[in-house]
Design a protein around this ligand. Structure first.
Ligand SMILES: NC(=O)c1ccc[n+]([C@@H]2O[C@H](COP(=O)([O-])OP(=O)(O)OC[C@H]3O[C@@H](n4cnc5c(N)ncnc54)[C@H](OP(=O)(O)O)[C@@H]3O)[C@@H](O)[C@H]2O)c1
Length: 336
């Protein structure tokens, strides 16, 4: 809901019913509950994007009970701009709701030039969280992730840096992303010794991409850490977006993204089969893809992206039908 204050400035007032329909799941064995559907700001929130649209998406998300927003130092483009824009919108709309939000950021990929702006050194992580907090205008983030494993930095250095970030009050919890099962188990052991709350692994997981089933989910179960699945719609392929071609405003049509036209074309038959199955279930393909993930063990939350508030509204309706028959699962597996 939007109201005008005395100065005529539009003021955001969150939907009073925002907690009525969203489902909240526990992160591993921690005290933290996350919404079954969370919003990522990888795309659509940079300086290159429409700021009004970005604001609408964030407001819609919170109104739907989405309390978890996911950022990283390098989201944009340009790098840092998603955090900066989020900071502006946070100040305008969400400041009164800070304690109702669970905000994530990360460091681990290329961010600034030279040897200290990438990977997993203590030097990089500590400088990066300081920059992120400044860009977002926050005192702390709820979770800070190491974004990807660094094969050359000792794991202990990276984990101690995460622990120190928590002890400095700059993050409440820590997570890792894109780590394989063995590195995840080692990180969990170190973080347990350091008595730091390690609650989430952020991993790519969708009907089309199941690498986590090769051991990572079992490891996470063993160490009581939750999994938040990113790119659950395979960047838009697992939606009705590409059924009739590649629209000009879609991710696959843009040239600064990681989704190639060829990928869409190669998967089109499977996409059409899955969309037909979703229709039989009374769902859109995006809704079925999200519901399928929410049925997988260890999945705490499904981390979607959206280029419009309508996409977000459509996707949240996934929660209306989370059950699958054995035959539906067979068809999904056949088209994965
Ligand atoms: N840890 C990591 O390494 C890592 C890596 C990647 C992402 N992530 C996180 O995961 C988040 C989600 O990733 P993602 O954006 O790739 O997720 P995704 O949910 O697989 O893809 C989102 C895209 O799908 C399209 N879409 C969504 N709903 C739709 C609908 N109902 N109908 C039609 N099209 C729809 C939109 O693309 P259009 O632009 O075509 O409309 C949207 O931007 C990111 O924002 C980021 O926070 C983390």
């Amino acid at each position: 809901m939007n109201i005008n204050d005395k100065s005529g400035t539009e003021k955001y007032v969150a939907n009073a019913n925002r907690y009525n329909t969203m489902q909240y799941n526990r992160c591993g064995k921690s005290g933290v509950l996350l919404p079954a559907i969370a919003l990522g700001l990888w795309h659509n929130f940079g300086f290159v994007d429409n700021q009004h649209n970005a604001r609408e998406i964030l407001r819609t998300a919170f109104d739907l009970g989405i309390t978890h927003f996911d950022l990283a130092n390098n989201y944009g483009p340009p790098y840092g701009s998603a955090e900066e824009n989020f900071g502006l919108l946070f100040k305008k709309d969400f400041k009164p709701y800070r304690d109702e939000l669970f905000i994530a950021t990360k460091a681990g990929f290329d961010m600034w030039p030279g040897p200290y702006g990438n990977l997993g050194s203590r030097k990089y992580l500590i400088a990066s969280i300081d920059q992120s907090l400044k860009r977002m205008g926050l005192d702390y983030v709820d979770i800070f992730y190491h974004h990807r494993p660094d094969p050359d930095t000792p794991l202990e250095e990276t984990m101690v840096a995460l622990a120190d970030i928590v002890r400095q009050g700059k993050a409440l919890y820590v997570g890792i992303s894109n780590y394989g099962p063995k590195e995840t188990a080692e990180a969990a052991t170190l973080l347990k010794e350091l008595r730091v709350p390690f609650i989430l692994h952020q991993a790519r997981y969708s009907i089309f991409d199941r690498w986590v089933e090769g051991g990572l989910l079992d490891t996470l179960e063993d160490v009581n850490v939750g999994c938040i699945a990113f790119s659950p719609l395979a960047q838009g392929m697992l939606t009705n977006r590409y059924i009739n071609g590649i629209p000009n405003d879609s991710r696959a049509a843009k040239n600064f993204t990681y989704l190639e036209r060829e990928q869409v074309e190669d998967n089109l038959l499977k996409i059409k089969n899955l969309a037909a199955l979703a229709e039989k279930r009374g769902q859109k393909l995006s809704q079925m893809a999200i519901a399928w993930l929410l049925n997988r063990p260890t999945i705490t939350s499904v981390l979607i992206g959206a280029s419009s508030s309508n996409q977000l509204r459509e996707n949240v309706k996934a929660l209306d039908n989370l059950d699958f028959t054995a035959e539906e699962i067979r068809v999904i597996n056949e088209n994965s």
